[in-house]
Design a binder for this molecule. Structure first.
Ligand SMILES: Cc1ncc(COP(=O)(O)O)c(C=O)c1O
Ligand SMILES: [Zn+2]
Length: 391
């Protein structure tokens, strides 16, 4: 077992990993897994990786589950990194798309849930609850079913229909709430002790971010251990961004990459941009965004518990935060669809729109290598694409 302990991301307090728990018992902030990287890297090497299965469990030594325990898996990770060259305005840059829509349940949420459900099962949980903008609920429902556990998914009433139907068909107990994801989280917090639910909220649970960090490992491996100059990531809760950064730090410690980091950009919707506002105001944490609305349901997160971590990464990496309006996301999604053959989600589309903003502001030089994360499939957002195009 290479997992040593959990450590608070804010106050540094250590916690035993071997029991079910959520936030730091002293300051209520997210807990991070600390892996014995020296030991892990004795068997996990860049060379041994070549022969391993094409799944995120190929990075087994840096993931939390004990080596003799079978993971709860549906074939997550190992998604393609595709060169985009036909999209307008990309001829003088090297643009890559990490296409996460090929994961089980069609989004990158599968990564976090495979690892978190595996650990929750191992540590004795039987009933799992999650507030979700849509995709996390679908992923939890699938992995809980696979593990023989109960899933309780709380989603805003206006979550895309496909997410709701998917959760039900995967056997989850679905509750629709008149409110936002923060209201769903509050409902779970109120009921979980009585119901015996383990709270799987992102970053309130320590291991979803471990699954998401494999995005960073995979990206480095696919680019032959040369990180890109810029990463554009659609940030809601920010778990992916935080996980990718953690992977970079771990890989530097192992000696797989050097000190250089990509400039990290968080992309949000104009109708819900708490991180963009806080970044621009020079704040260390983000105030709750009032009247949040956007068709990019994964970005409809008015208050994120990992806000301070995201803001730190954006600044340390010399990156930034950009807001994009819904009309532009929908327009760009069609452009990418027609040019690159990918039916992307509005969250992914927001990153392409942000790329245009950065280019016209002169913040990306010609010849630079850019990676965009398409975090999910457009197929789950039919209402948004139909409505916005008036068809
Ligand atoms: C498709 C999609 N993209 C991005 C996000 C935001 O993810 P994160 O919590 O890692 O910021 C979500 C979250 O629901 C999502 O479903
Ligand atoms: Zn703490």
């Amino acid at each position: 077992m290479f997992l040593k302990r959990l450590e608070c991301s804010a106050c540094g307090l250590g916690h035993e990993w071997s029991r079910l728990q959520n936030l730091c018992r002293s300051c209520n902030r997210p807990l991070f897994a600390i892996v014995d990287l020296a030991a892990a890297s004795r068997t996990l090497t860049r060379e041994t990786l070549r022969a391993r299965e094409k799944s995120l469990w190929r990075y087994r030594e840096v993931l939390p589950l004990p080596p003799d325990v079978e993971p709860v898996s549906l074939g997550e990770g190992g998604t393609p990194l595709l060169r985009a060259s036909r999209t307008c305005g990309t001829d003088d840059i090297e643009l890559w798309i990490k296409d996460e829509s090929l994961n089980p349940t069609q989004s990158f949420k599968a990564r976090g849930m495979s690892v978190a459900v595996s650990m929750a099962k191992y540590l004795g949980a039987t009933k799992l609850a999650v507030p979700s903008a849509g995709n996390a609920g679908g992923a939890l429902a699938a992995y809980a079913a696979r593990a023989g556990m109960e899933a309780h998914v709380f989603m805003p009433r206006d979550t895309p229909r496909a997410n709701v139907v998917e959760c039900r068909e995967l056997g989850a107990h679905v509750t629709l709430i008149d409110g936002l994801i923060t209201d769903c989280a509050a409902e779970i917090a109120r009921r979980k002790a009585n119901e015996g639910w383990f709270d799987m909220s992102t970053l309130k649970e320590p291991y979803r971010v471990e699954g998401k960090k494999t995005l960073g490992y995979e990206l480095a491996e696919q680019l032959n251990w040369q990180l890109p100059d810029v990463i554009l990531y659609p940030a809601g809760g920010g778990t992916g961004l935080i996980g990718i950064w953690k992977a970079f730090e771990e890989m530097e410690t192992i000696g797989w990459i050097g000190k250089n980091r990509p400039r990290m950009f968080a992309v949000q919707a104009a109708g819900c941009a708490p991180i963009v506002r806080a970044f621009e105001a020079g704040e260390k944490s983000a105030a709750e965004f009032q009247d949040a609305h956007t068709v990019a349901s994964g970005l409809r997160v008015p208050k994120a518990i990992g806000d301070f971590l995201m803001l730190k990464i954006l600044r340390e990496s010399n990156g930034g935060a950009i807001a994009v309006d819904d009309q532009e996301m929908i327009r760009v999604a069609r452009e990418i669809g027609a040019n690159e053959g990918l039916f992307i989600c509005p969250e992914g589309a927001a990153c392409f729109a942000a790329l245009k903003v950065l280019r016209s502001a002169g913040k990306i030089a010609s010849g630079e290598r850019i990676v965009i994360f398409n975090t999910g499939s457009g197929i789950k957002y039919l209402e948004a694409y139909d409505r916005e195009l008036g068809q």
